[in-house]
Design a binder for this molecule. Structure first.
Ligand SMILES: [Zn+2]
Length: 281
């Protein structure tokens, strides 16, 4: 999940941050980008309905790949495996409905989730709350805190650009396992020298990245300006590869936990979010 540009400007006032981090300014830190591969990846992701306006070659947890829509990290192998199967009917699509990926986590099952001990107590508490939010819905996925790494989903600390709150390593695999790991920006969620304060959106950001790991796309992937601000980016026929979840709201749902950008506030599951979660699991 990314910070919305609105919220970035707001927090800049409080943190006396003077540098505005643009969406594409971080490519250089990862060395030479293979332009041919980048172009091919961009085409594949666009065909799968992703907003590629801030596609970036980067690494996550030491693995090379690409970040798309801010917080979805995919290796080239994962990108090659994305197989668009369904097209959304013409004219039938609003901008803020709920979408899932082709693969889902096999259920019913327990999903163990580990949070790195690098995160302080306040973030660990937010993590427990995120799992509790899922479990309160009595889904066929039961989330359990794991005591050590190597869980079904590991949540690790990583230094990310300031406007990136966290990232998920893609979506469930063809075998029905959730994506792992998730990384959270340790500049924000494992703060030093800020009296242990973390933003109010911590529970939502953790729930959001787990959402990707179990197969949720961004609800506003058609036009991320809905939650992210900035210019409208519309991918045209971008429904391919994103499967609409029946029963979710057709109108704008400002509070959805799967909006691409955070406005800095906590966003418990909306009724549309709950319908989507209950439909899939
Ligand atoms: Zn996201």
């Amino acid at each position: 999940m990314k910070k919305s540009k609105f919220s970035l400007l707001l927090s800049a006032a409080f943190l006396t941050t003077t540098m505005f981090v643009s969406c594409t300014s971080d490519n250089a830190e990862d060395g030479i980008v293979n332009n041919e591969e980048f172009a091919a990846v961009e085409l594949q992701l666009r065909a799968a309905g992703f907003d590629t306006s801030d596609l970036e070659a980067t690494t996550m947890n030491g693995v090379s790949g690409y970040a798309v829509e801010g917080d979805i990290f995919l290796t080239v192998e994962q990108i090659n495996d994305i197989s668009p199967q369904l097209s959304v009917e013409n004219g039938d699509v609003a901008n803020t409905e709920h979408y899932r990926t082709t693969n889902l986590v096999s259920s019913p099952r327990a999903v163990s989730v580990y949070m790195d001990t690098a995160f302080p107590a306040i973030t660990q508490t937010a993590f427990d709350e995120a799992l509790a939010r899922y479990n309160a819905l009595n889904l066929e996925l039961v989330f359990q805190r794991a005591n050590g790494p190597g869980a079904d989903i590991d949540i690790l600390a990583e230094r990310l650009p300031r406007n990136i709150l966290g990232r998920s390593a893609g979506f469930p695999d063809a075998a029905g396992n959730p994506a792992s790991p998730i990384v959270l920006n340790n500049r924000i969620y494992a703060p030093r020298g800020r009296n242990g304060s973390i933003p109010a959106d911590a529970v939502t950001v953790i729930a959001h990245e787990i959402g990707h790991a179990i197969g949720f796309r961004h609800t506003d992937f058609f036009d991320r300006s809905f939650s992210c601000g900035g210019s409208a980016v519309n991918e045209g026929d971008g429904g391919v590869g994103a499967i609409f979840i029946p029963g979710t709201p057709a109108g704008p749902e400002a509070g959805s936990f799967m909006l691409a950008c955070s406005n800095g506030t906590d966003r418990p599951f909306t009724s549309g979010d709950q319908t989507a979660l209950n439909t899939l699991y």
